[in-house]
Design a protein around this ligand. Sequence first.
Ligand code: PMP
Length: 284
Amino acid sequence: GIAFDGERFLPIEKAMVPLEDRAHQFGDGIYEVIRIYQGTFFKLEEHMKRLERSAQAVALTLPYEMSKIMELIEKARLASECKEAALYIQVSRGAARRDHPFPDAPARLTMTVRPVFTEKTTALRRLGQRVMTTEDIRWSWCYIKSLNLLPNVLMKQRALDAGFNDAIFVRDGLVTEGTSSNIAILRDRTLYTHPANQAILHGVTRHVVLELAREIGISVVEKAFTVKELKEADEAFTMSTIAEIVPIRQVDEALIKNGNVDEFELTHLLQERFAAQHSRDLVK
Ligand code: PMP
């Protein structure tokens, strides 16, 4: 993989940021993850728009014009020589003597491009995942793609330690999202998912999936559902840039469709359409 440390391109293992960086001291920054399929970015513009929205939401001025950032991104992709890969962009409020107020320092934009190993996600997409519900202890601005991922990391690990694949956050009795994904259920050929308000990240994959669902005649209702509704759903799945559409086989002790992911007809249809979409984007 290749990295951009704010000044130059170098191997990831050699790239470093100073100890005084605000990302290290405070988690003071934002990020994006963009998938590269067969050497081509998927939904690059949507991700960059979200980066701009996150930056604005935390009063962070990006260190370069968007055209320059696009140039750096393209350079990183070429230098990586990766076909199936992910580009991560982190923007921190820069390095300065540790003090809470915003520093005078310029923001620091760093990037990495690394290969994506698809074996694990491909298997999960086929076999489905087991998820554990957990209280959403995060802050109330989850629409910002902030570097503060401690609750996500803690709950992911707690789920793994309990023998699940992931944790699903629940706030005030309503399902919000996964530790690194959005979530939807299907019931009577209607798709339900949490509305894109401040309580969830407005996933790029979520947006694509909702479009595809409408295209194939599934009604889409952006309304939050309860844990009980999740457990009693006809089908359920998570969606994210890296894992794509992953069926949910089990929620806590409850099996969905007796754990027969093979019978998730609409989820499979969405997976197929999604795969067709990212290969179609390559042709464009
Ligand atoms: N919610 C959270 C908390 C996430 O970390 C992610 C992954 N970036 C998502 C949702 C899915 O967003 P996207 O489809 O843009 O990857």
